[in-house]
Design a protein around this ligand. Structure first.
Ligand SMILES: [Fe+2]
Length: 305
């Protein structure tokens, strides 16, 4: 890099050498505070066709906290799958990232599946889902940077979601021990072994960092799962200590963690923040409460955030 380029390119706050940029970014991020889910919620009159003021209110919350909720007006009727796709389009997204369990439109319908391939994946059961960011098993070129959930129906009991902006976790870890950040930035930090079914490789092994910086936007990206089975952390004491600390922080549900049970007609729009789900119980009969969530994920952040 020549002298001019060095002068004009601002240092990334996520560079461990860039102390001034880091301190400035850290102060600005902490100043935004820790909102409640109500603070982050935006009512939408017609969610399939949000108006500019509604979109601006959503973007403003996501810019500040990487997360917003929306609530459909009951008078608009059920949003539906097509309406959910229209909302994604109105936010400026193209087609969702194709996932092995998604349907043709790229949207996954998360509900308890008693049989078939989906039944083997925890999201399609009523069991708790531990903390993770979506797509942690994807190869680096298919990072997931945005994720939306829309609740069509809730369970009879349980099925709460928890959310935490990875920026807040990053600040806490870097404050406590910058060496942990260096270990988590390492491209060998976390390996998800291949997904092999009946001798057929459905997904290759994925090795990469926990924290990385989106080269396009300069924003922080987190790749993480709190699963302990079928996960290989780099065999090195600092990486192990860093992973252990992340587990502790998430388990204590400390500052910044939002617990929210999505009601029918409510949804989440986020830059793939950390999230978890508690277990739930559906009604046994089809006419009762049976949790159904639509999910879409995208390779880019929420446009305009
Ligand atoms: Fe998820």
């Amino acid at each position: 890099m020549n002298a001019i380029a060095r002068e004009t390119s601002a240092a990334s706050p996520f560079d461990l050498e860039a102390s001034d940029a880091w301190q400035a970014w850290r102060a600005a991020r902490l100043e935004r505070g820790m909102p409640t889910s109500e603070d982050l919620s935006v009512p939408l009159v017609d969610a399939a066709r949000p108006v500019e003021g509604e979109l601006a209110a959503l973007r403003e919350r996501i810019r500040r906290h990487n997360l917003a909720f929306y609530r459909c007006a009951p008078s608009a009727g059920e949003l539906g799958r097509r309406g959910f796709a229209d909302l994604c389009g109105a936010l400026g997204f193209d087609r969702p990232d194709p996932h092995e369990c998604a349907d043709e439109d790229g949207i996954s319908a998360l509900q308890v599946c008693g049989a078939g391939r989906r039944a083997g994946y925890i999201p399609y059961t009523d069991r708790p889902l531990s903390w993770h960011c979506d797509g942690y098993y994807n190869p680096p070129e298919r990072r997931i940077r945005a994720m939306l959930l829309h609740c069509v129906a809730d369970a009879r009991e349980g099925g709460e979601n928890l959310f935490l902006d990875p920026e807040l976790l990053y600040i806490r870890l870097r404050d406590e021990n910058p060496e942990w950040i260096a270990a988590l930035n390492d491209p060998r930090a976390l390996t998800i072994p291949a997904n092999v079914e009946n001798g057929v490789t459905l997904r290759a092994a994925s090795t990469g960092p926990v924290f990385s910086v989106d080269p396009r936007s300069g924003h922080l990206h987190m790749r993480f799962t709190a699963r302990t089975r079928s996960i290989e952390w780099r065999d090195d004491p600092v990486t192990r200590a860093a992973a252990q600390r992340i587990h502790e922080i998430l388990a204590e549900e400390g500052p910044g963690v939002l617990r929210h049970r999505l009601a029918p007609g409510e949804g989440v729009i986020c830059n793939n923040v950390l999230h978890a789900r508690t277990g739930f119980t559906d009604d046994p009969d089809a006419a009762g409460h049976r949790r159904l969530i639509y999910r879409a994920r995208f390779p880019r952040r929420v446009p305009g955030t």
